[in-house]
Every structure is written in C-alpha cells, then in structure tokens.
Design a protein around this ligand. Structure first.
Ligand SMILES: [Zn+2]
Length: 160
C-alpha cells in the first residue's frame, strides 16, 4: 500500500482511508477523540462512560456506518478499534501527546465483487455532530486519489 500522508490532529477533521480490491474493502478512520466525545481522556463520570460506550457501539455497527454500493456484495467481516484513552485495542500507533487523544478504527468488509463498488455512503457526520470534515484517501485497482468530504455530504465516489 502506498505511504499515506502524515496525519494531523485537528478538531472537527478526521482521516478516512478506503482501500478497494477484488474481494475486500478496508476502511481506516483516524480521528481526534474530541470529534466523537467532546473530550480527550478516559471517561470520569457515568455520563461520560455512557457517551463513550455509545460512540464505540456506533463504530462497531460498521455495516450501518459505511454503506458500500450494493453492487459489490460486501458484508462486514471485522472491526478493530484502538484508543489509549478509552483502553481499546493496542492504543493506536501514535502515543498520546499533551492533552490530546485519538481513536483509530479499522473496518474490513468481504466483497463478492469489490471492484464494482462505485461509492460508499458514510454515516459519520450523522453519528458524530462535532465532525465537520473528512480528509479522504481512496485506493482502488485503478489508482489512488485524495478528496475532502465536508458536512453534510455523505457519499464518497470510488470511481470517476
Ligand atoms: Zn485534541
């Protein structure tokens, strides 16, 4: 896979990488925790714990969060979440710095005909109100492209 640009931590913005091949679509979502929770540390109160659990539940329900073009025949195979602040996974590949914290999610879909996926409907703006902008990297058998998705848009084109 080509090297992707270094990821910046900027509230309101997140990175979304989508890799399409014949039998699989893989999506990696890398976001400041602030975009999901409004805070960037371990939850301290019951209300904050409930908020964190709700955000994690939305991310684990990835078949609803990322609706891949039905022509590709994709089904959700695996979800991996990593966030040191939420004690998920291995804590992500970037150590927490200062007062900030991130979450990385990886979502793998098995597809009958991945190359036929022309678009993905992304439900992240609907689910997370603080998120305003997604920096996209899309890699398909035909090539690689960057794009930006700004609220309230939800459709990512995989071919053009
Ligand atoms: Zn932050």
């Amino acid at each position: 896979m080509p090297a992707l640009a270094a990821k910046a931590h900027q509230h309101g913005t997140a990175q979304l990488d989508i890799v399409v091949d014949a039998s699989r679509v893989s999506i990696v979502f890398d976001t400041p925790l602030d975009n999901l929770l409004g805070f960037e540390r371990a939850p301290r109160t019951d209300a904050e714990r409930q908020q964190a659990d709700a955000a994690v539940a939305v991310l684990r329900d990835a078949g609803r969060l990322f609706r891949i073009d039905p022509a590709a025949g994709c089904t959700l195979a695996k979800v991996e979440l990593a966030s040191a602040a939420l004690k998920l996974g291995d804590g992500g590949d970037v150590p927490a710095t200062g007062d900030h914290a991130d979450l990385e999610g990886r979502f793998d879909f098995d597809c009958k005909q991945g190359a036929r996926a022309a678009h993905v409907e992304v439900g992240l703006f609907e689910a997370f109100k603080s998120l305003r902008r997604l920096e996209l990297q899309v890699v398909t058998p035909k090539g690689q492209m960057g794009a930006t998705l700004v609220r309230p848009a939800s459709r990512v084109a995989l071919v053009r």
